[in-house]
Design a protein around this ligand. Structure first.
Ligand SMILES: Cc1cc2nc3c(=O)[nH]c(=O)nc-3n(C[C@H](O)[C@H](O)[C@H](O)COP(=O)(O)O)c2cc1C
Length: 349
């Protein structure tokens, strides 16, 4: 058990180190087209959204980060307070640790204590049994459960899982046995349209593409295990905007999609929503602001993200998210070439 909390502490430490150095803006190939005749009233912009039956006041989600040890309890308490104040949905980190060690449950339950009415998502890996999934939902009275996919991380992590057989069947079993919405999410390597189709066929109604461009768990695991580092594999994965386009092109009609992975600004959120995402998740930047600047800095940052989203919507002339999804945008460079090569048809707009 001590090992799990040590690993989690190291994940935080190294993600902060990498977050500081991160330069690439994964959304630079996407431009929202300026509308010089916008007739929007900034004060009347509606950014509420829906993920199937879940109603979100705002499309910004504090994504899964941590839990399981005493400092994680403090982090989760502060995240939950900010989520409540700003009316944001929030996910906890993997609750696997709290299934094995009951004393770790407090660090997750604190989120529900701080935010009794808020939207809170449970979290566990795709190898969890249905019974375990039901337990993590109950632990925090969750409104939805995130089932995470993190194959590259497990492969590179010395102590990680190496056999992934049965994952699809297990997801199918979880979806059919759970009452709250199931969100299948990647953790920073993205999803392609082929796998999105399989998930949709399993009955999954919400996916979080968790694309590349932000937190890189191969890089984090390399820092944890420098002797056996596979640095050439850093950067692996499908960049978030590309993953969004892939997944939306295939299952956008039936599945609600969350954008995450490398989102830092309100403009990144606006671009994601314009591409068709119903909500956007932030993890690395949220953790960084909280640890480096404290709760006030985190609050200020998230207010700025929301403000940039609202301003961007006003400047393209969209008074709500369904209008934003229809506004013109330009796709260039690597993203354009990728989707063309993959034979993905998206209408010019
Ligand atoms: C320190 C840290 C721990 C994380 N732990 C989890 C986890 O337990 N479960 C999970 O689904 N995702 C976890 N994630 C992944 C995030 O939820 C998110 O998918 C990923 O970091 C990409 O978003 P970002 O680029 O905004 O960080 C973690 C991320 C960080 C930075």
């Amino acid at each position: 058990m001590a090992n799990s909390s040590k690993r989690k502490k190291e994940h935080i430490r190294y993600s902060l180190m990498l977050e500081k150095k991160l330069k690439r803006n994964v959304f630079s190939d996407i431009t929202l087209l300026h509308n010089c005749l916008s007739e929007v009233n900034l004060d009347e912009i509606d950014i509420s959204t829906q993920l199937k039956s879940l109603k979100l006041d705002k499309p910004i989600i504090i994504n899964a980060i941590t839990g399981g040890f005493s400092f994680a309890r403090t982090i989760n308490r502060e995240l939950a307070k900010v989520a409540r104040e700003l009316s944001l949905a929030m996910a906890v980190g993997s609750q696997r640790i709290a299934l094995k060690d009951k004393s770790a449950q407090e660090s997750f339950k604190v989120v529900r204590e701080e935010n009794p009415e808020g939207l809170i998502f449970a979290n566990i890996g795709a190898d969890a049994s249905l019974e375990e999934v039901l337990q993590v939902i109950e632990m925090i009275d969750a409104d939805a459960v995130q089932i995470h996919l993190n194959t590259p991380q497990e492969i590179v992590m010395a102590e990680g899982r190496k056999n992934f057989a049965g994952t699809i069947e297990n997801i199918r079993r979880i979806v059919s046995g759970v009452k709250v919405p199931v969100i299948v999410k990647e953790v920073g390597f993205g999803m392609a349209k082929e796998e999105a189709r399989i998930l949709a066929d399993c009955g999954v109604e919400i996916v979080d593409v968790g694309g590349a461009g932000g937190t890189d768990f191969i890089a984090i695991e390399n820092l944890r295990n420098r002797k056996n580092a596979v640095t050439n594999l850093e950067g692996w994965g499908i960049p978030t905007p590309i993953s969004l386009i892939e997944v939306i092109s295939e299952v956008g009609d039936s599945v609600d999609i969350i954008a995450s992975g490398g989102l830092k600004t309100g403009l990144d959120v606006a671009k994601s929503l314009a591409l068709g995402a119903k909500a956007a998740g932030l993890a690395g930047s949220v953790l960084y602001k909280l640890i480096k600047g404290g709760p006030a800095a985190l609050r200020k940052y998230l207010i700025q993200v929301e403000r940039e989203l609202r301003y961007s919507m006003a400047m393209v002339g969209a008074k709500n998210l369904s209008e934003l999804r229809k506004r013109p945008l330009i796709i260039q460079g690597r993203t354009y070439n990728w989707i063309k090569f993959r034979g993905i048809k998206i209408k010019s707009r």
